[in-house]
Design a protein around this ligand. Sequence first.
Ligand code: CAA
Length: 445
Amino acid sequence: MTAVGIDAVEIRTGRLKLDLPNTFAPAKGEDPGKYTKGLGLNASSFPDSYEDIVTMGANAAHRLMERKGLGPEDIGRIDVATESAFDNSKPVSTYVAGCLEQVYDGNFHHANKGERKFACISGTQSLDDAYNWIKAGRHRGRAALVIATDTALYARDDPGEATQGAGAVAMLITEDPSVVELSTEQGYGSADETDFLKPQQQFPSVDGKRSMQVYLARMREALEDFESVAGDTHPDDYAYIPFHTPFPGMVRKAGLLGFRHMIRDTPVEDEFAEEIGRQPRPEGFDDDEAYEEAVRDYMDALKETEGYRDWYGNTIEPTLSISREVGNWYTGSVHLARASALRHALDNDVDLAGQRLLVGSYGSGAQAEIHAETVVEGWAEEVRAMNVDEQLGARHDLTFEEYESIHDAHNHDKDTDLDPLTSPDGEFAFTGWGRMGERQYEYVE
Ligand code: CAA
């Protein structure tokens, strides 16, 4: 059976940076510790006035195609996953193709293009679509380009404002991939939920605390469904577990829940029992409330154990390093988590080929998907080729006043004209609107 998976990844951050503990927290009269320790964030990425989901996606795709020596004829499919689209009909992938055609001789007229929507999980759904398309033999030897791109902005003074971000992740899906091989082992947890939505509006309506509960409930459901396909999971089965990361503090909770689930009724639970007792079981309690309190106490004790801390430090913590510096990228976020983990392995000379990842994706509304991937030979070279550190270091550091202006500039309800804070340089830039209200782009040398 031919392996199908991710052959290359490119990350494109918005070119502005908001320092959360040093710029945002003081302006809001908040303790910087809420950001660095509570949410686990140091900074958010923002798009400059000439950047948007199209420019970030096209710039990521362009670097990927250049690095892999590809032309339009090598791409049979372009799917954009986003929850920041600005058009209910014309998909973002057509704009991206239009941008790329400015810099390539050929065109993408024979590539199937689309746009995927299911909040943050649609990036992973697009990977699934590409995998299925190749496995079905409909690709004619060509690759699929999956681009997860978002400007994750919240209304000013919404609690979500603390977790904003903007950027794109472009992934090439091929036969005989060089980063990870995808598999048929996947599970879903999906329910009609009202936790985070954008009913014909730019900024989300969010029930923040509830959204966190729904994330955990759907993730647990997906893990159970995954185990029904792949068999029981064990904490040591996976080198890293990248989760959708709206902010690292959310993953801290998801990691603990996942670990508790994985060790239940295993010898690992018995080992921990010597220190903190066995996990509470519902049958040992008269009512749900008492049971839930006992579970909370068990989790509080579990997270303080050396065994859990070691596992978390090795398996989850390395997935969070990019997210801490950029905030939430919605559809791209879980793919940034995978990239963080791979970068950590590269920096620490880990021999990762053949090892497995368990990937936990999530989209509000709500659906979780848990799937397994295997890292393949070639991963280190691909990860070494990413220039994410360089991009993060080159961002313009916003003052609070500049942040307010740039938020207004991206607000569809405000008519502001803001001079860019950086200069486009060898990249696609937004240049204004056309006669039918379409957005227009140019490659700036
Ligand atoms: N020092 C250390 N920690 C501190 C602190 C301090 N000075 N001040 C606060 N904290 C801790 C809090 O205890 C809390 O941690 P715990 O949850 O572990 O207790 C954390 O920092 C956050 O503080 P608050 O709960 O007070 O923060 P908040 O009420 O302002 O909002 C939020 C937090 C609800 C996540 C809000 O940012 C939000 O609405 N975000 C958008 C929704 C979201 O991201 N939901 C996540 C799940 S849904 C999803 O994943 C999809 C998606 O991408 C949106």
